[in-house]
Design a protein around this ligand. Structure first.
Ligand code: ADP
Length: 247
């Protein structure tokens, strides 16, 4: 599977949100790291074809995402946004089942694999025992993890996680990390966006540092995540940078 981003710019109403981004996404965990407002979410939405670039293209196996049919794209890419929808009255199982939408037949019936996928996905995120509970009874952190479970049953090779640990406590953050590593072992292409340097340090293979809509540094984590790059990426001064500790 190849994912290539070529000269991607996004400038609605002449506001330069993203400026000529070119990069390749390879195996392992790829992280878009940068300040709030640097353009990470916009880049993820462009990759997922949720918005259209002003210039440039996203190619998956050589095909422009714009030219893929919606259902074909849904079997290739899952984008897990930060937005929390206000859903009530569904069981945990029913909620996750919604992720199988690309595999419904003409009559809205899910294919034979759906049941298996849903149960396995719930086991993977440790929510199987709660499959008959109503989602209304889950905590915010559990709900965030359940949204990931719903995305997993979509069974795509490419998964984008937009700020997956925002608002999560230590334990749930740990669960997300474990999940990311499991997905990596399953050879999924994983893209994570975060502003959290320590989180990026603990999960990433490759880092793309993004600042003001541009990729300013990219490469192996060990090479990229150094004090000078961090100071540049986050506009830190000497005083702020005393607090940089990677652990
Ligand atoms: P991040 O995910 O890094 O926090 P975003 O991609 O959400 O950043 O946003 C980058 C910047 O671009 C923000 O300042 C945002 O307000 C702006 N932006 C994004 N989309 C639009 C748009 N359609 N029109 C105007 N400004 C936008």
């Amino acid at each position: 599977m190849s994912i290539k981003i070529k000269r991607l710019s996004y400038s609605p109403n002449n506001i330069n949100v993203l400026d000529s981004i070119s990069l390749d996404i390879n195996g392992g965990i790829n992280t878009f790291l940068g300040q709030n407002g640097s353009g990470k979410t916009t880049l993820m939405k462009l990759i997922s074809n949720l918005i259209e670039p002003t210039i440039g293209e996203v190619l998956i196996n050589g095909i422009n995402v714009k030219d893929l049919k919606k259902y074909d794209l849904s079997k290739l890419i899952t984008y897990i946004s930060q937005d929390r929808e206000n859903i009530q009255g569904f069981t945990v199982f029913e909620y996750v089942e919604m992720g199988r939408f690309p595999y419904q037949n003409f009559y809205g019936k899910y294919d034979n694999n759906s049941q298996k996928f849903i149960n396995e996905s719930l086991k993977l995120v440790n929510l199987f025992k709660r499959k008959n509970d109503f989602v209304d009874n889950l905590s915010g952190g559990e709900m965030q993890i359940l949204r990931i479970s719903r995305a997993l049953v979509q069974d795509t090779n490419i998964i984008l996680f937009d700020e997956p640990t925002s608002n999560l406590d230590l334990k749930n953050t740990r669960r997300i990390k474990d999940l990311l590593f499991k997905l990596k072992d399953m050879n999924k292409r994983i893209i994570v966006s975060t502003h959290d340097i320590n989180f990026a340090n603990s999960i990433s293979d490759i880092i793309f540092m993004i600042k003001n809509g541009k990729v300013i540094y990219s490469g192996d984590k060990e090479e990229i995540l150094n004090k000078n790059n961090i100071i540049d990426c986050y506009d830190l001064n000497d005083y702020d940078s005393e607090d940089i500790r990677l652990f």
